[in-house]
Design a binder for this molecule. Structure first.
Ligand code: NAD
Length: 496
């Protein structure tokens, strides 16, 4: 039994109201053009509200207020302890509003409300809390120069930060960027994905109550190619932290080079391998966790372990266990607390995922398709789908599908597994299942990915850096290392 029953969530939904305006300079406001876009619940097609659609003019306005807020020092010059106190208050306010945040993200992008209330919202509040708690424990440096010289190396905020984020964990992705950017004293302009702007706007409301000064935290809903591009191209923005696809990440590098050489940090796509070795003693657990790794959040996870590499001797047994485990991840109504996965984010995305599946049926063996959840209004529900790809070289095993789809890829030896695992443009995460300690260490060293989870799935904590290698991007979210993205090192040299 979850926190609330289906009926209780439906009752809460009746009472919920949506912020639908942009948030600039501490006030909710229409976009200058007064244009809006529709916010649709993908799990039933219901129109939730119309949200302000910002363009270049609004970005200009937000940059101006962010810059003057930064230069006024009303946030950037506060002591780290004072910024900590206000961010801790924001973290508590998120938890005070947990049901509302859970509903907003679930309604906006179709994920199970139970995941939001048990994982996403507490996760966001926890990361904000940990980041806030850390900021007054970071020390500056004094370099060991010769006598009568004092070279102080300080971390200073960059100024105005743009954050452009995806829809798969709307509140979490906002916090992953805003927590370290704000803790280090920057002003921020957050652009949520057009599919999921509602929780970012609720966060804006709470930022006032938490004591974040006007102009320091701004939210601009809008389309990527307009608002996102305007943020990327603006000469008054010092840094953009982006999470999203590799394709759009590359555009931000272009925007930077065409404008002011702003710093760009990229958390992009992935196609994470999950390596299951003969030495794994508990194949049932490995199979259950493999199903979670591939199908949790409808497979709409950047680090989803969608390539499952299995040593040949255990292939048959593992496949059987994995298919069984996948039946625990069937789609259902996102507001039903028993649903393990919900709908995909939009009709457009569901069509893309189905096209991947249909094309793969011509190339590789379809092993299993889970039973469908029918909602006659929409076609956004896709059940877990499993293929067997004998060489791992087919499109379904190479491209990021971002849906509940996994390929099982057989391998002979350790070296074979490592080669297949690294045969990808991505390098975000990987899992290794082995009860042979040497094997686990050796393979973890050789697989090129930002996080390797051994006998675990997608291990994650506010204390450890998250981010990839290769075309999964660069610059880490979470942990003390996230401060590096939003600060510059300044040397003050005193001769005496
Ligand atoms: P996306 O790249 O389409 O969009 C991400 C953001 O970029 C959105 O806010 C969007 O409006 C904006 N955008 C789109 N086109 C733009 C343009 N031309 N110029 C500027 N901004 C633009 O990605 P998505 O579909 O929202 O999310 C899915 C992708 O995000 C997947 O590839 C997934 O792997 C990735 N992701 C990565 C991580 C990570 O931490 N590495 C986490 C979550 C999601």
């Amino acid at each position: 039994m979850g926190k609330h029953s289906n009926k209780e969530w439906l009752d809460l939904k009746k009472k919920i109201s949506f912020h639908d305006k942009a948030f600039i300079g501490g006030k909710f406001c229409n976009s200058v053009s007064e244009n809006t876009f529709e916010c649709i619940n993908p799990s039933n097609g219901e129109m939730l509200t119309n949200v302000a659609n910002c363009d270049d003019t609004d970005v200009e306005r937000a940059v101006n207020v962010s810059r003057s807020a930064f230069e006024s020092g009303k946030w950037s010059d506060l002591s780290p302890s004072e910024r900590k106190n206000r961010l801790l208050k924001l973290s508590r306010l998120i938890m005070d509003n947990i049901d509302e945040f859970a509903l907003l993200d679930s309604l906006d992008m179709g994920k199970p409300v139970e995941d939001c209330v048990s994982i996403d919202v507490p996760g966001a509040a926890g990361i904000l809390q940990w980041t806030a708690e850390s900021i007054d424990k970071v020390l500056d440096e004094i370099s060991p120069t010769e006598k009568r010289n004092l070279a102080i190396v300080k971390r200073v905020p960059l100024g105005v930060v743009g954050a452009v984020i995806p829809w798969n964990f709307p509140l979490d992705m906002a916090i992953w960027k805003c927590a370290p950017a704000l803790a280090t004293g920057n002003s921020i302009i957050l652009k949520p994905a057009e599919q999921s702007p509602l929780s970012a706007l609720k966060l804006a409301e709470l930022s006032i109550e938490a004591g974040i000064p006007d102009g320091v935290f701004n939210v601009l809903p809008g389309y990527g190619h307009i608002t996102g591009k305007a943020i990327g191209m603006h000469n008054g923005i010092d840094c953009v932290a982006f999470t999203g696809s590799t394709e759009i990440g590359k555009k931000f590098l272009e925007y930077s080079s065409l404008s002011n050489m702003k710093q760009i940090w990229l958390e992009c796509g992935g196609k994470s391998p999950n390596l299951i070795f003969n030495s794994c003693k508990n194949l049932k657990v490995a199979a259950e966790m493999a199903a979670q790794g591939a199908f949790f959040n409808q497979g709409e996870v950047c680090s989803a372990n969608s390539r499952i590499l299995v040593q040949k001797e255990i292939l048959q047994e593992f496949t059987k266990l994995f298919v069984n485990a996948s039946n625990n991840w069937l789609p259902g109504d996102p507001l039903n607390p028993n649903s393990k996965i919900g709908s995909l984010v939009s009709e457009e995305h569901a069509t893309k995922v189905r096209d991947f599946i249909n094309n793969a049926k011509n190339d590789v063996e379809l092993i299993h398709e889970g039973s469908q959840f029918n909602n006659s209004n929409v076609s956004t529900f896709v059940p877990p789908t499993i293929f067997k790809d004998i060489n791992g070289k087919n499109k379904i095993s190479k491209d990021e599908v971002f849906g509940p789809v996994a390929s099982i890829i057989p391998f002979d030896s350790q070296e074979d597994a490592i080669k297949i695992a690294n045969d990808t443009v991505y390098g975000l995460a990987a899992s290794v299942w082995s009860d042979d300690l040497s094997e686990a260490h050796y393979v973890s060293d050789k697989v090129h990915a930002g996080t390797i989870s051994v006998n675990a799935m997608d291990a994650l904590s506010p204390m450890t850096p998250f981010g990839g290698f290769k075309q999964s991007g660069f610059g880490k979210d979470l942990s003390i290392h996230s401060f590096d993205k939003y600060t510059g090192l300044k040397t003050v040299w005193i001769k005496y």
